[in-house]
Design a protein around this ligand. Sequence first.
Ligand code: DGL
Length: 276
Amino acid sequence: MHTPPFPDAPIGVFDSGLGGLSILRHIRARLPHEHLIYVADAGYAPYGDKSDDVVAARSLAVARFLVARGIKALVVACNTATVAAVKVLREHFPDMPIVGVEPGLKPAAAASRNGKVGVLATAGTLAGAKFLRLRDEVSAATQAAFLLQPCRGLVERIEANDAEGTTAMLRRYVTPLVEQGVDTLVLGCTHYPLVKASIEQVAAEAGAAGITLVDTGEAVTRQLVRLLEAGGLLRADASPGSLEAYTSASATALSAAFNVLVGIDPPVHEATFGDD
Ligand code: DGL
């Protein structure tokens, strides 16, 4: 297939579903001239309950699909896939700038006034060796206490656009953290910034109005810009960048999510990745 000349090549962004749109919004705002390809592996969501090996194999299949479309850089817009697969992806594509997403423990420790920080993420992210190393490093450096809360089922509720189910589940996960005194919450899954208003509302109901929420969309975008600059890969053309999207589930559902969450209507195609 024809590979466009770098730096006009697109940037690939992927997640298990809609979560990566919380990162894509930052990338589009900061890099409006870049061409983007978004992949939602929604047919395989959630990643958070699957083994590292399964998530790594899916991530590799999605990355191969994007590489075949000529991408110049890859954003793993999923904490779970970053923990399970970023190392494997870097081994397979050593020349490709690859940016992963990690829960923002450092900025959260800096933002917290009482040193008690809740971390909301998938079970897969919180059990990963990469995450636990980060937690130990940041705790040792800052004395912050991190209270880890796996949010089983929450990604499914957000994917289903189930506002009531999402709020009920957030009450179960956020209220005990507030009761234990956290003043800061890390949104350690890229789906969670999409329901930020509900998280704030549930925290306020539990007595923590104005709680600090930390997500890493901006930091990830800064890192992407740094890597593109370093590789001479920033697109110089001032025309607006294009965007197309692929999903392993329903194109209609992903189109609706783009419309509501990003305010745009890109072409969305159904596709298969790997063996499915
Ligand atoms: N958005 C993914 C993350 O950041 C969700 C993973 C899942 O599908 O469970 O972890």
